[in-house]
Design a protein around this ligand. Structure first.
Ligand code: GTP
Ligand code: MG
Length: 329
């Protein structure tokens, strides 16, 4: 090992070892190069690092090409949850996603306007929820990556078109398209089970185009026949009706909670909350921060769901949305 390597070099080297992606490794190697003194003693090390960078860059290109060839769309989860919008052509999926996220993805009168997944982020109070608008689902037109996106998501938002006389048939078709591909939609009061067989996916329904004449009659029908199984929210993407209710429902059905943390003697950090599954404990919140930290945890104080402000609770105390936690180790 050549002498005189600065501490920044070892930090970057650690970053390299711990990097989980090829991009991360390349970034760390470049940092190592940048901070090391350039002299005879480091010539060999510099050459080794450059060779490693170029090898990794080739790997990265190969990976990108592979993805393109298969026309496979995998969308990395970002934000507090991932929601896929699914429905028949022209039902208004893109219009709804645009209205919820403030995006401007193409919307048109003709079917199959959306051909590739469109990702956007919907702001909900102090968090962001990821929306994926996909091409329409019809018996004739289902591609495997649409199904994969649905399978990988946290929640399905089925968009139904109140302008169509066949709205009920559309609903039944969507369910059967998915169940034929081993995706079982679950709704009110149903729990996800881990049994073998179809995957269970929670679903909610947006009944769109409420502004169209006759929409209320068809909405009645949905309330009568569908609302028992899935929550139905009437909306008009065009005029904005029902969008706030839809946002609330999306958050509720994601079944997550926000938890803020504070250090003893300091005010709580009221931004960028921890996102946890509903029913999570103080210990699980600590694990989200760091495994070692969770192991050392003795107790916590909680503001919000407890009877008293700053009440002392044990590790297995179940947290609620918007609780503030002060960990004691
Ligand atoms: N009246 C009315 N029209 C709407 C509403 N939402 C969408 N539309 C219209 O319905 C048509 C289809 O809207 P899109 O948002 O492109 O529908 P989509 O489901 O994304 O369509 P595909 O991508 O082809 O599957 C467009 O002409 C929209 O302007 C609504 O709430 N009211
Ligand atoms: Mg669309």
């Amino acid at each position: 090992m050549p002498a005189n390597l600065p501490p920044q070099y070892f930090e970057a080297e650690k970053e390299y070892r711990e990097a989980k992606t090829i991009e991360g490794k390349i970034r760390a190697l470049k940092k190592m190069l940048a901070v090391m003194p350039k002299h005879k003693g480091t010539d060999k090390l510099q050459a080794d690092i450059r060779a490693k960078i170029s090898r990794l860059q080739k790997e990265l290109e190969a990976e990108k090409k592979g993805k393109k060839r298969g026309a496979f769309y995998y969308i990395r989860k970002e934000g507090a949850g991932q929601v896929v919008l699914a429905g028949f052509p022209n039902s208004g999926k893109t219009s709804i996603a645009n209205s919820l996220s403030g995006t401007d993805h193409p919307v048109a009168l003709y079917p199959f306007t959306t051909q590739i997944p469109q990702v956007s982020m919907m702001k909900f109070e102090d968090i962001h929820i990821q929306l994926i608008d996909i091409p329409p689902l019809t018996e004739e037109h289902v591609v495997y990556w649409q199904i994969e996106l649905i399978r990988n998501s946290d929640l399905i938002l089925i968009v139904l078109d109140l302008e169509s006389e066949e709205v009920l048939e559309h609903y039944e078709n969507i369910l059967s398209i998915l169940s034929a591909r081993k995706i079982n939609l679950i709704g009110k009061g149903e729990r996800e089970s881990n049994l073998f067989g179809p995957v269970n996916k929670r679903a909610i329904i947006a009944a769109n185009k409420l502004d169209i004449q006759g929409a209320y009659d068809r909405l009645e029908l949905l309330y009568e026949l569908v609302n028992k199984k899935f929550p139905v929210v009437p909306v008009s993407a065009k005029f904005g009706n029902g969008l706030e209710e839809l946002k609330d429902l999306i958050f509720k059905e994601l079944e997550i909670i926000r938890v803020y943390t504070k250090e003893p003697g300091k005010p709580p950090v009221l931004e960028d909350p921890l996102i946890l599954k509903k029913g999570s404990t103080v210990l699980e919140a600590a694990e989200e921060i760091h495994k070692d930290f969770a192991e050392k945890l003795k107790y916590a104080r909680v503001w919000g769901s407890t009877k008293f402000e700053g009440q002392r609770v044990e590790k297995h105390y179940i947290l609620q949305d918007k609780d503030i936690v002060e960990f004691h180790i």
